[in-house]
Design a protein around this ligand. Structure first.
Ligand SMILES: [Zn+2]
Length: 294
């Protein structure tokens, strides 16, 4: 499942060849992905010029000249590539014919084997059902320890669940939340309120966590550089870069924190895997809370 850094890497790959491009035609090879395409999808986009390639959380936003936005979510296996459109491949669902850029091939093709991705056309991003409720971008200026302290204040929910809440911060997923908590040495089951002092003041640990969220995302973006180059190949698919994780999917392996002799452990929170090190992620859980076996 692509997370924010992967989606941002795709955005950067698309940007030089979509900004200023005119959509000459749109071909749908099926009526739906995860959701049906909105009515008049092709007609509403044909003839429009793409003014800017943006991203919000894990949504790609093709902002159109004169207003409106084409929104694309990659789901689990969605990807864009440039191609000649001949032959079409089995999972090529949407084909955009673009002119006015130096794109390496005439068509921008959306392919998605599992079809958990979707597209929509928004009249107004701020009020849209997908974007209207989102918290700040984790790499943006509005995301800081004070924001997290206000969001966590009085909340008994585990810090992991709070970071996955898109109203608290936009676009964070399972992988980078696990990584950030490990880097900040915070136990994933710590109640949010425990990281906040009286008056919604962030604790030093919450400040560390805020910095760790930014760091893990920025490092992942840096390692996405090679994907950007691949993206320019006419026949290349984007793929998702192989980033090295400290805890994610490393259960049973040695903790990478310098000086820590712990072993990475997997637990399940809200039906999803959390990976952490019980030796160095040691914020205490709420007194009387459920103790999980190691
Ligand atoms: Zn450790």
């Amino acid at each position: 499942m692509p997370e924010l850094p992967e989606v941002e890497t795709v955005r950067r790959g698309l940007e030089p060849f979509t900004t200023g491009a005119r959509i000459e035609a749109v071909r749908l090879n099926r009526p739906d992905l995860r959701f049906p395409f909105p009515q008049g999808f092709s007609d509403r986009l044909t003839g429009r010029r793409i003014e800017m390639m943006a991203r919000r959380a894990k949504y790609l936003l093709f902002r159109l000249e004169g207003g409106g936005t084409l929104l694309a979510h990659l789901g689990m296996t969605g990807n864009f590539r440039y191609g000649t459109g001949d032959p079409m491949e089995k999972h090529d669902h949407v084909v955009f014919a673009l002119t006015g850029t130096d794109a390496p091939a005439p068509y921008l093709i959306y392919s998605d084997p599992r079809r958990f991705g979707f597209m929509d056309i928004l009249e107004d991003e701020e009020t849209s059902r997908w974007l209207g409720h989102l918290g700040p971008e984790p790499l943006g200026n509005q995301f800081d320890a004070v924001h997290l302290a206000r969001s966590f204040s009085g909340r008994k929910a585990p810090v992991k669940a709070l970071l996955l809440d898109q109203n608290v911060v936009a676009g964070l997923g399972n992988i980078y939340v696990s990584e950030a908590l490990h880097r900040a040495h915070i136990h994933p089951e710590t109640p949010g309120a425990q990281l906040v002092k009286r008056g919604a003041v962030p604790t030093p640990q919450l400040a560390d966590l805020t910095a760790a969220v930014r760091q893990v995302l920025e490092e992942a973006l840096l390692s996405g550089g090679s994907t950007l180059q691949d993206y320019r190949n006419v026949d290349g698919t984007t793929g998702y870069f192989q980033h090295r994780f400290a805890v994610y999917e490393r259960a049973g392996q040695a903790c990478l924190t310098p000086g820590c002799a712990g072993t990475v452990t997997r637990i399940v929170q809200s039906g999803r895997s959390t990976f952490f090190c019980p030796a160095c992620q040691t914020t205490k859980r709420r007194r009387g809370g459920n103790k999980k076996s190691r």
